[in-house]
Design a protein around this ligand. Structure first.
Ligand SMILES: C[S@@+](CC[C@H](N)C(=O)[O-])C[C@H]1O[C@@H](n2cnc3c(N)ncnc32)[C@H](O)[C@@H]1O
Length: 225
């Protein structure tokens, strides 16, 4: 029997495979441009000189920015459809790609023996079921040594602009109903944490968390002890 949790996770992956060609429209919205430039630049600075694992890179919006001054950058995603778009972009030579399930990091051949000292994920946190988030973060942190840096960028909920939350499940996860260009309708888990809610998830190794709230995005940047 398929659990509600695995159906949610699989449904999200299938939704993004189908959305790949139309996905980057969200980054073309005029009202987002100024803060995108600020976040792109801050991400490049945060990851400068680091060996970075990018989780759920999607179409690679953040990849060229984050990797600009990185030592190495492994961009990963479950879906070849989204990664195919990312691969068409002009990218710094330090960027490699690997198909990888973010829920199976420990077993991932692409990570075996790879030296990492940073991780980044854009618009991924919001899709991880709340009941799974602390364990997922612990799995990510286990790949990283003391002194590593972790950055998450994700969407702020903007009343009147963001897709409304249609329902909240028993775990407190928000669910949106989204329509793609082909008319298909998808129920997608999407959470919009406050600073306090996000920091409370990080676990014992996180140090000096910094939360930056922009109008359309938030950024959580922290170190690992
Ligand atoms: C909201 S998009 C984020 C894309 C990109 N990081 C960005 O910020 O624009 C979520 C991405 O998660 C990927 N994804 C879904 N399930 C995944 C999984 N189990 N492991 C890795 N990636 C997954 C989807 O293919 C999609 O590219």
């Amino acid at each position: 029997m398929v659990s509600a949790l695995s159906a949610a996770v699989d449904g999200m992956a299938a939704y993004y495979a189908r959305r790949a060609a139309e996905y980057e429209r969200i980054y073309q919205r005029p009202e987002r441009q100024a803060e995108l430039r600020v976040i792109e630049s801050a991400l490049a600075d945060a990851m400068a000189g680091r060996a970075v694992l990018e989780i759920a890179c999607g179409t690679g919006w953040w990849t060229p920015h984050g990797a600009r001054a990185a030592a190495s950058w492994l961009a990963t995603d479950l879906n070849p459809e989204t990664m195919a778009v990312a691969r068409t972009k002009p990218l710094p030579p330090c960027v490699d790609f690997a198909l990888l399930d973010a829920y199976a990091l420990e077993a991932a051949p692409a990570l075996a023996g790879r030296r990492l000292d940073a991780a980044f994920a854009g618009c991924w946190w919001s899709h991880v079921p709340l009941q799974r988030l602390p364990a997922w973060l612990a799995q990510l942190h286990a790949l990283l040594p003391a002194g590593a840096r972790v950055v998450f960028v994700d969407n702020t909920y903007v009343p009147g602009r963001s897709t409304p939350i249609a329902r909240v499940d028993d775990h407190g996860n928000g669910w949106q109903r989204r329509t793609l260009d082909d008319g298909s309708v998808h129920e997608v888990l999407k959470n919009h944490p406050t600073r306090e809610q996000a920091v409370a998830m990080l676990g014992p190794r996180a140090v000096a968390p910094r939360w930056t709230a922009h109008e359309h995005f938030w950024v959580l940047d922290y170190g690992l002890a």
